[in-house]
Design a protein around this ligand. Sequence first.
Ligand code: ZN
Length: 65
Amino acid sequence: MSHEYRSLPIGPVMCDTCFQSGEKVEMLPHPRLPPEDQAWSDAQHVELQSYRCPECEGVQVFRVD
Ligand SMILES: [Zn+2]
């Protein structure tokens, strides 16, 4: 299975899901990665950071460059 993560944007992280319904919601850093992403991070030695949307509770994971 291939994983593709977007690079962590510089500046605020906006929620794509909310943006599609016309809302601009800033996502907040989330202390824990989803287990699958944590496993990938450990195996690949690539740092990931998850962000959580306070509105729709969606989580997005970004690669930290
Ligand atoms: Zn959202």
